[in-house]
Design a protein around this ligand. Structure first.
Ligand code: ADP
Length: 281
């Protein structure tokens, strides 16, 4: 009512979805999508009916991560039917706006020039975003993981204002610069009254595949100190530290070939990288 009085749309629950969990990062490239997709697959492996919604407009990566492409069909109610792989339902801006994503499946082909006027692109994006949020036929889902675009800008605010988000997970690397932005992200969720479930520290250490030695590449000595680093910041903000994901070339290889680590046949159940995702989920 308060929002309506102020002319803002009331938050809506996504139809047929029990809980929506947003995965966010204040910076791009910290591994937000990799973590979102692996957490979603880890939940699906446990028999939890899970879907993933990729709302990253200008850099949607879920199609690549799940090795999926093509335009989704519409059902009898004009709702988009999710594309599924590895038992995980997915919907992405990348399926709806092929020209804004990588349109060519042949990497030797130059991308076609997008001559759509900016104002039209803006309209297309708004329409597509609306469709993603309100017109996807998810079926019954226990959990929908929402991969938010990086940052704390308009798109994130619109999503958080329009949709009931039950909880948020923040992804950070150990670097001070990423962490400072992650704290800003925490502030955004707080302002929107969205509970922050905790923070994941990605690329926490490099585990050498040859000798097994662990090297903390992105933080120096401070990350274990009582008043600096991700763990200390979580304590200060009063949120849970959810765990570490190692910097591991195979996590990146798995992502590139569209077989995320949690479902990759190359990481067996004893692999540290797979277990890191499973434990956080
Ligand atoms: P974001 O969604 O934050 O932009 P991505 O998930 O797209 O980040 O990850 C950025 C790049 O880093 C990708 O190439 C991904 O494969 C790689 N990456 C992410 N996490 C790890 C990790 N723990 N170890 C190795 N590479 C990683």
């Amino acid at each position: 009512q308060f929002l309506r009085r102020r002319g803002l749309p009331e938050k809506r629950k996504i139809r047929d979805v029990n809980k929506v969990i947003a995965v966010s990062s204040a910076k791009g490239g910290v591994g937000k999508s990799t973590i979102a997709v692996n957490l979603a697959l880890a939940l699906a492996r446990r028999g939890i009916r899970t879907g993933i919604l990729d709302t990253d407009i200008f850099g949607p990566s879920i199609p690549t991560l799940l090795n999926l492409s093509g335009e989704p069909r519409l059902d009898e109610n004009n709702c988009l039917v999710p594309l599924t792989n590895y038992g995980l339902k997915s919907m992405s801006m990348g399926y709806l706006l092929p020209t804004l994503d990588n349109p060519s499946s042949d990497p030797s082909e130059p991308p076609p020039m997008d001559t759509t006027p900016i104002s039209w692109r803006g309209l297309m994006v708004t329409k597509a975003m609306h469709q993603l949020l309100h017109s996807v036929s998810w079926g019954h889902l226990d959990v929908l993981i929402m991969d938010l675009p990086p940052g704390t800008g308009d798109v994130q605010l619109t999503i958080n204002q329009e949709i009931v988000v039950d909880g948020a997970i923040i992804v950070s690397t150990p670097q001070d610069i990423a962490l400072r932005d992650a704290v800003r992200g925490f502030g955004m969720f707080q302002k929107m009254d969205i509970p922050v479930l905790g923070m994941v520290r990605n690329m926490a250490f490099f585990a050498c595949p040859h000798c097994g030695m662990q090297t903390r590449i992105f933080c120096h000595s401070h990350d274990d100190s009582p008043d600096q680093g991700v763990v200390a910041q979580c304590r200060r903000l009063g949120i849970e530290f959810l765990g570490d994901i190692p910097l591991d070339a195979r996590v990146c290889e798995d992502a590139d070939r569209g077989v995320p680590t949690v479902v990759s046949e190359e990481s067996d159940d004893s692999s540290a990288r797979r277990n890191a995702f499973l434990q956080i989920a």
